[in-house]
Each structure stands twice: as C-alpha cells, then as structure tokens.
Design a protein around this ligand. Structure first.
Ligand SMILES: C[S@@+](CC[C@H](N)C(=O)[O-])C[C@H]1O[C@@H](n2cnc3c(N)ncnc32)[C@H](O)[C@@H]1O
Length: 460
C-alpha cells in the first residue's frame, strides 16, 4: 500500500472520484489508485473504470462505493447469478468470472507469501473446482422474527452489518437447504418458533443449521436455541422430516453463550439421529451436528490427495494429525501409515472420529481429546513422528505448537490452512527454524468468496 502522511491524502470522505481498478483485495473489495493513493472499492472488479464515492479514510488507503461503472472488462465482470449478491454478505466475488477468481486468488497469494522469498515453482497455481456452484454442504443461518407475520427471516448478514438478508435461494449451497429452511420459516408461526433477541432476552431460536453428506444424501436439521423446550417438538420434527426425505434427524443444540459462537455444548435429538454419514472414496465418516467437516466435499477429496502425495507414505511412518476434527485426514492416511495420532479439542468430534475409525475397521489410530498446545509436546516426546499434519482454525497455530515443532527435527510438516494471513505468519516462524518450504498448493474450497485454502509441505 502507498506510504502516505495525512497531509498528502488526495481524497476526502464523501468525495466523488474516478479511477481504474486493478486487482481484488482479500475481502469484498477491489483495489485501484487515485493519484497514487490506494482506494478499496466495494464489489469492484479488475478492469473497471468507475465513479466512486469515498466512504472511509485511513492514513494509507481509502474505501469507496461505486456510483457508476463507466466501463468494464467482460473477461472479469459478469452478471452474478444470485439476485441478492449486492446486499448479501455470504459471498463476495460472484461478479467475477470463475476463471478470473482463480487468477486473482493466485495473485493475492503471491502478495501474502512475498516475505517468505519462495524459490521459483514452490507456490503452485490454485486448483479450481470442477463445479463452483451448489458446493457448500452446510448452512448456518442466524434468524429474526418478522413482527407482523410472526414468520422467521433466515439468511446471512449484509457485509459488515447487523441487517439480515432473508435468503430464499443461494446458488453456492446444496439445493436442498433452501427448501428445508423455507419449511422451517413456514412452520415457525404454527409452532410458535420465535427468534431469540439477545438484547431483550426474549424468543428462542438463534440459528437454523442444515448439513448434508454429498455422497450419502443424508441431511440433518439443527435448531440452535437458548433452551431445549420446543412445544410439540415431535410433531414439528415429523412434519419437516416427512416433507424432506433427505433428513435423517432433527435436533436442538442449546447455546446460552453471549458470544457469537454458533453452537453450545449440548445437543438433544428430537427425532432420528444427531449425525449424518459422509463417504469419501471407500471410507465412511460420522459427522455430528456440531462437528467440523470440510465444507466443500469434492474439493476436500483433491486436498486429501495432495496431502497423501506430500506425505509420501511407505507404511512405516508415524503421523501426528494436529487439529484432527472428526478424523478425516487421520483416517484417510492411516491405511498407508504405521501409526496415526490425532489431537482435537472438541469431545464430540473425537467421539465421531473414534466411531468412524471402528466403522472403517482401522486399528492404527489413537485419538486424543485436548488442545494441541497442551498435548503436542508430550505427543512428540513419546513418539517419533515422521510426518506432522497441522490443520488449525483460521487463527492459525498457537505459538507453543510452533515452538514444540521447532525443537524437534521432524522430517515433514504438512500445513493445511484456510487463512493465508496466519499461514504466512506461521510459515515464517517455521522457515526460520530450519524447515524449508518445499511446495504450496492452493485449492479453491470456497468459490465466489475471497477465501482460499492452501496445503504446504515443509521439510527439515
Ligand atoms: C480447520 S478444522 C480441521 C479439521 C480436520 N483436520 C478436517 O480436515 O476435517 C480445525 C479443527 O481444529 C479444532 N481446534 C481448534 N482449536 C484447537 C486447539 N487449540 N486444539 C485442538 N483442536 C482445535 C476445531 O475444533 C476443528 O475441528
């Protein structure tokens, strides 16, 4: 970004400017320059010539809103198929052709990793999706009650706003979600299902969540609420399940927290079961209502194949799978390893992982419930790990985890990350500790959003 002092800022808030847009930013905006000053234009596209109004000023950049697109490059800017794309905060890049989304993600990654001084060829081009639509296998909608009808509104928030968009059709999700959520909306007055209002402490429902096994067609509806008391819950569940044969269960997750964490610790089944099965190749995975599972199943298979290739297993290796979730990576790699140890903090996910291990008749994995930062030192001193897989949440690895790894001369680390910012930070630390970055393979797990997943191979 341009180095600038307050005196040299060439724009002011509310000013109308004309500029050309060059590239996408790592959010819902695109970057252009006005008199050399960086301007981030909401929902802009490379190749645009726009008139824009400045909405926010910072010492090094401004934000602006398009008031008129004077000219655009049709190779980049397309008509988004979703009619509510402009207001919905669910995805950010639908106005860009898919080919150019991939190009822009490659460019962004080059910027993110520029400090790492990677050798030529280390950072690969992103692997795109064969079908970038209807890919999401999970939806988690916050809700509101519409005062005059008593019906629920459910959808994503507008970008950086508390206004909820009532989503009836979302082209990036599995088709069945629109229909199941609509049924819950329709039934809400009949079963007196009111949205919880955190300020007034009234109402009941916080989120409507649906997930589906893409390869099993098993779906699960979870109502996240402040308590478990839904009157006539059996009737409600029967009505929804009769209408949607994909549903194998309806459950209530109880969340009394005041934070924006979606799920609480307790889940009660109303009807059917509180989990689905998914199949990846010939492996079967149990996924409970609240457990993490990769949101794009088809791309997850590509990611697993890359990981397997990076691991280069001969059957003699011990693998440490840190942040293992429901054991997807552990179970996928176990067939070609001597032993796998999986660590995960969510007890329900560990229970799912143990269940799936037995279901798949695998005997060489030990799953440990706990925080990686508390368990890794012991794990690494008890067992000489040949390969350590790190797949942390967006915040990246805890410093204690990186220090424990840095102390050991591990042969291979495979770092899977959905956040290039924290990935670049952690890679820099590992790089300084004698781990060499051999290969970075981005995978587009999240088409039409700015998010990007990377699989990184580091060797000692
Ligand atoms: C990105 S997911 C990866 C899960 C799994 N590797 C997979 O591919 O399905 C991150 C996982 O780390 C878990 N997690 C988050 N922080 C953790 C911590 N400090 N210690 C252990 N597990 C953690 C989350 O519950 C989640 O299951």
């Amino acid at each position: 970004m341009a180095k600038s002092t307050l005196q040299s800022i060439p724009v002011s808030e509310g000013q109308s400017i004309e500029l050309k847009i060059d590239s996408m930013a790592y959010d819902n905006s695109a970057i252009g320059r006005y008199k050399d000053f960086v301007v981030m234009v909401d929902r802009g596209s490379p190749g645009d010539y726009v008139k824009a109004s400045v909405t926010m000023l910072r010492p090094n950049y401004a934000r602006a809103k398009i008031t008129e697109i004077e000219k655009f490059d049709p190779a980049y800017r397309i008509d988004p198929p979703c009619k509510i794309f402009k207001v919905c905060g669910g995805c950010q890049w639908q106005h860009l052709s898919y080919e150019k989304q991939l190009e822009q993600k490659d460019l962004l990654l080059k910027k993110f990793f520029s400090k790492l001084n990677l050798e030529d060829g280390v950072l690969k081009n992103i692997i795109g999706s064969d079908n970038p639509w209807n890919y999401r296998n999970k939806v988690q909608y916050p809700v509101r009650t519409v005062a005059d009808t008593g019906r629920l509104k459910a959808g994503y928030f507008e970008w950086h706003s508390n206004d909820l968009v009532n989503i009836k059709f979302c082209p990036i999700q599995h088709n069945v979600f629109d229909q199941i959520v609509e049924t819950v909306r329709e039934l809400s007055p009949k079963y007196n299902i009111l949205a919880y209002d955190g300020k007034k402490k009234t109402g009941w429902l916080r989120h409507i969540c649906v997930r589906i096994g893409i390869n099993t067609n098993e779906a699960l509806l979870t109502l996240v609420a402040v308590n478990e008391s839904l009157s006539k819950s059996q009737e409600f569940a029967k009505e929804v399940m009769d209408k949607h044969p994909e549903l194998v269960g309806v459950c209530i997750n109880i969340n009394t927290k005041t934070t924006n964490v979606i799920y609480g610790d307790k889940t009660k089944v109303i009807k059917g079961r509180s989990y689905i099965f998914e199949k990846i190749n010939d492996l079967k995975f149990k996924i409970s209502a609240t457990s993490f599972f990769q949101v794009n199943t088809a791309q997850a298979v590509k990611l697993l194949n890359i990981l397997e290739n990076y691991a280069g297993l001969t059957g003699q290796e011990t693998i440490l799978d840190a942040y293992c979730g429901v054991g997807l990576i552990s179970i996928f790699l176990a067939k070609n390893a001597k032993k796998v140890l999986g660590i995960e903090e969510i007890k329900q996910s560990i229970d799912d992982a143990v269940f799936s291990m037995k279901e798949n008749n695998i005997k060489n994995i030990a799953f440990v419930n706990g925080k990686v930062e508390n368990k890794i030192e012991e794990a690494l001193s008890e067992e000489k790990a040949d390969v350590v897989v790190l797949d942390p949440p967006r915040i990246g690895c805890n410093k204690k985890v990186l220090e424990a790894i840095a102390e050991k001369n591990l042969k291979k680390i495979i770092y899977v990350s959905c956040n290039p910012t924290t990935l670049a930070r952690d890679l820099e630390i590992l790089n300084l500790k004698n781990y060499k970055i051999k290969s970075i393979q981005p995978v587009d797990m999240f088409p039409h959003s700015y998010h990007v997943e990377c699989v990184v191979l580091l060797e000692n």
